[in-house]
Ligand binder design. Structure first.
Ligand code: URP
Ligand code: ZN
Ligand code: ZN
Ligand code: ZN
Length: 475
């Protein structure tokens, strides 16, 4: 069966042009002008943008914080409704178990039958024994090409020290596995948290004060140094501040393979949101903490210039009433993280593209093309081209709405972007050729999403790639 999407403005990371996309089965088989009038279905996309389905390289559908768990893959249709067709999930290694075994047990139990977006996985190092670091070499054979370590969260099962970080960097570089790091100084945060709580300063705003920019800056500089010592690339997740971005940019300028992303909320919100009355501030408790308007501008500049190469969501579906309220008397008990996977396209389009901060090309690059490259998924995801998966979004720029939790599929009781205007609407989405959003409504089914193995030697290895590694990464 062939579907032809005609006369849309097809946007790529490098250019855009008015034309047609022809889909057969799960794949794009032609992109050009005046294609096959014999298609079974013809969709007129005149006046609309045709975008590659988004790749969100940073989501949490299994994260647990002090016993509270986020909404799972049963809410992954929110991603699709928002134009994100591939999500990459962090899976915390179980103690005494291999990382890949932990991942694929979770996949079997919770993901494969429920996913409504395609997905891939990051392995999170939680049990820093020799066999864990040895396993890193084997992860690409199982379709896992990224590992994550948390420098933050002292005392939690997923916290890592410098020893674990360095060992992971050394093991990962030979295997072409990208090490991703949540960079914050856990010890200083712990001291500051205890200090504020002992002074009776327990409101959500103290979350931000206990995690100042310097705790992120120090850890970022430290991991840059560890990576340099290990002669390995490293990817810093959720960069929040201008000063932190500058540390990454300066390392890049020194020729080091240091990469980073930011997230939508750090471009849009600031720490004043944490001061909202009646415990509303808890909705914005996430780590690292929200910063300032000046930081937002520095981050916009960074994504425009490629100093940070992707915009993710760090999506965490925690409920405000039933979960965030755990910390009503103590901000350190508020589950960290906020929902957003559904809003990435609409918010970035409205406040990035339509304000002139980033071009449509930069948007597509940050939203889909480069995340796919970071994750070793670019053989099938992130770009509208012949042979690629037919993951496509038709975006109508003329519709305007107000973001509200009332029409959200996140499955929680609040929206991080409640009340923000959204310019444009995701009207149709194809997931590997299947129409899963029509007229702005999700019409897919549980199980539509499938596991996409990530290939090793992703973008972070570009500078270090030898021909041999290049060959290996393509087989
Ligand atoms: O607050 C956040 N970001 N929660 C999710 C876990 C993490 O740190 O990425
Ligand atoms: Zn994190
Ligand atoms: Zn995260
Ligand atoms: Zn192309």
């Amino acid at each position: 069966m062939r579907t032809l999407i005609r006369n849309g403005m097809i946007v790529a990371a490098v250019d855009e042009f008015k034309g047609d996309v022809l889909i057969e089965g799960e794949k794009i088989i032609a992109v050009g002008e005046n294609l096959d009038p014999m298609a079974d279905h013809v969709i007129d996309a005149a006046g609309k943008y045709v975008l590659p389905g988004g790749v969100d390289q940073h989501v949490h559908y299994s994260f647990e914080f002090k016993g509270e768990r986020v909404r799972g893959f049963e809410t992954s249709h929110a991603a699709v409704a928002g134009g994100t067709t591939t999500v990459v999930e962090f899976v915390n290694q179980e103690q005494g178990k291999g990382m890949a075994d932990t991942i694929f047990e979770f996949d079997e139990k919770e993901v494969s039958k429920q996913a409504m977006a395609d997905y891939s996985y990051h392995a999170v190092v939680c049990d820093p024994v020799d066999s864990t670091f040895e396993e890193i070499h084997d992860l690409p054979n199982r379709g896992i090409s990224t590992v994550k370590l948390f420098m933050a969260y002292k005392g939690m099962p997923f916290h890592s020290d410098d020893e674990a970080l360095y060992k992971a960097l050394v093991a990962a570089k030979d295997a072409g596995v990208t090490v991703m790091v949540h960079a914050e100084n856990a010890d200083v945060i712990d001291i500051l948290q205890k200090k504020y709580v002992s002074e009776g300063k327990t409101a959500p705003y103290y979350h931000a004060l206990s995690r100042p920019t310097r705790v992120e800056l120090e850890a970022t500089q430290r991991v840059i140094n560890l990576a340099a010592m290990a002669e390995a690339p490293v990817y810093i997740v959720h960069v929040t501040a201008g000063e932190v971005m500058k540390a990454i940019r300066s390392a890049k300028n020194d020729g080091l393979p240091i990469y980073g992303e930011t997230c939508v909320q750090y471009l849009m919100l600031d720490k004043d949101d944490l001061a909202k009355p009646n415990f509303e501030g808890a909705k914005y408790v996430m780590s690292p903490a929200l910063r300032t308007k000046a930081d937002q501008e520095a981050l916009w500049e960074a994504v425009d210039n490629g100093w940070l190469n992707a915009i993710s969501t760090d999506h965490c579906g925690f409920d405000w009433e039933s979960q965030k309220h755990m910390g009503i008397d103590n901000f350190t008990d508020i589950p960290n993280g906020s929902p957003g996977v559904e809003n990435r396209l609409g918010v970035l389009w409205t406040y990035g593209v339509n304000t002139g901060r980033i071009s449509r090309q930069r948007f597509v690059d940050l939203f889909a093309t480069t995340p796919a490259k970071n994750m070793g998924l670019d053989h099938c995801k992130g770009h509208i081209g012949v042979g690629m998966d037919a993951d496509l979004v038709i975006y109508d720029p003329d519709k305007t709405s107000v973001i509200s939790n009332e029409n959200s599929l996140h499955g929680v009781d609040f929206s991080t972007f409640e009340g923000y205007t959204q310019e444009g609407e995701v009207t149709k989405v194809f997931l590997r050729g299947k129409l899963v959003v029509d007229d702005g409504e999700f019409i897919g089914e549980k199980g539509d999403g499938k596991f996409i193995p990530g290939k090793p030697f992703g973008l972070c290895f570009n500078e270090a790639k030898t021909n041999k590694e290049l060959d290996q990464s393509k087989v």
